[in-house]
Design a protein around this ligand. Structure first.
Ligand code: IPD
Ligand code: CA
Length: 271
């Protein structure tokens, strides 16, 4: 059974907005207090705050959706159900734990078994400032309650994540190919930067580190696609991966419109 038989797309969008917004509120209330407790390492890169907010989100999602498969950054796959929620409970945890006010909560909802391109609705909630950015597939993108037009004149920001020196050469090719007048940013919450690009607060998001996972990008990618943009992989092809478990996405390139997508794809492939 498709989730629409239980939930309309607009209902799913509102659930994503509510859950992401409430989790962001909790994180905002706790921000910059008790850092030594919140930053306690549980395992690997998982800290106390990541786990606490994840548990809070799992609880809220179960209350809203009943039986739900939750694919989430820290605990992997939790539960089973006709709807899958792809969750990053805290995107930008390093910023958050250093009192740097740029971090977000990401929730994407789809019919279980689908890929990133099947996500029906999603929300990226900034923790510190600004309205929740959301979308419903075929129903538009939203900033808070306001429905957004497709961005016609995106701001000339390029959000960039690179690590290896050779990536700097690829970056130089892309920037050279776009022309002059762009400002480079690397703010530390990829979901928020992809969502900003999707709604026209940027011309390009480029991550050449192959570090981002489906949980980091699911909601922001849905926003970008719904707003009329595109998300590409390493060779300029449309990016798509599964949502059954936490999985790496490889190179991630997001642009706010189709003509930019073909320009960037041409630069990357040299055609
Ligand atoms: C991180 C943020 C950051 C990116 C890191 C991610 P996390 O997410 O998206 O922008 O540079 O690679 O891990 O770990 O705070 O959820
Ligand atoms: Ca995270």
């Amino acid at each position: 059974l498709a989730p629409e038989q239980f939930f309309e797309t607009e209902d799913l969008r509102q659930i994503a907005v509510r859950v992401a917004g409430e989790a962001a509120g909790l994180l905002r209330d706790e921000a910059c207090t008790n850092i030594s407790r919140l930053s306690r390492v549980i395992r690997g890169e998982t800290t106390q705050v990541d786990l606490e907010v994840e548990d809070y989100i799992i609880d809220l999602l179960r209350r809203e959706l009943g039986q739900v498969r939750i694919v989430t950054e820290e605990q992997g796959v939790v539960g089973e159900g006709p709807v899958t929620a792809v969750v990053d409970p805290l995107d930008g945890s390093k910023n958050y734990l250093n009192c740097i006010p740029w971090a977000s909560v990401s929730i994407a909802l789809l019919e279980s078994g689908g890929t990133l391109r099947d996500v029906k609705a999603g929300a990226v909630a900034p923790i510190f400032y600004g309205d929740v950015i959301s979308f419903g597939r075929g129903r538009g993108c939203f900033l808070g309650a306001a429905r957004l037009e497709k961005p016609s004149n995106p701001s000339r920001f390029i959000y960039v994540y690179i690590e290896h020196p050779e990536a700097a050469h690829r970056l130089a090719e892309v920037i050279g190919g776009l022309g002059r007048g762009y400002k480079i940013r690397s703010l530390g919450s990829a979901a928020l930067e992809i969502a900003y690009t999707g709604i026209g607060r940027g011309t390009l998001f480029l991550d050449l580190r192959s570090k981002l996972r489906n949980v980091d990008i699911a909601a922001a990618m849905g926003i970008t696609l719904e707003c009329g943009g595109e998300v590409l992989g390493a060779n300029g092809e449309p990016l798509n991966i599964g949502t059954g478990q936490v999985e790496k996405a490889g190179t991630v390139i997001a642009v706010p419109n189709a003509s930019l997508a073909s320009r960037v794809a041409k630069i990357l492939t040299g055609n």
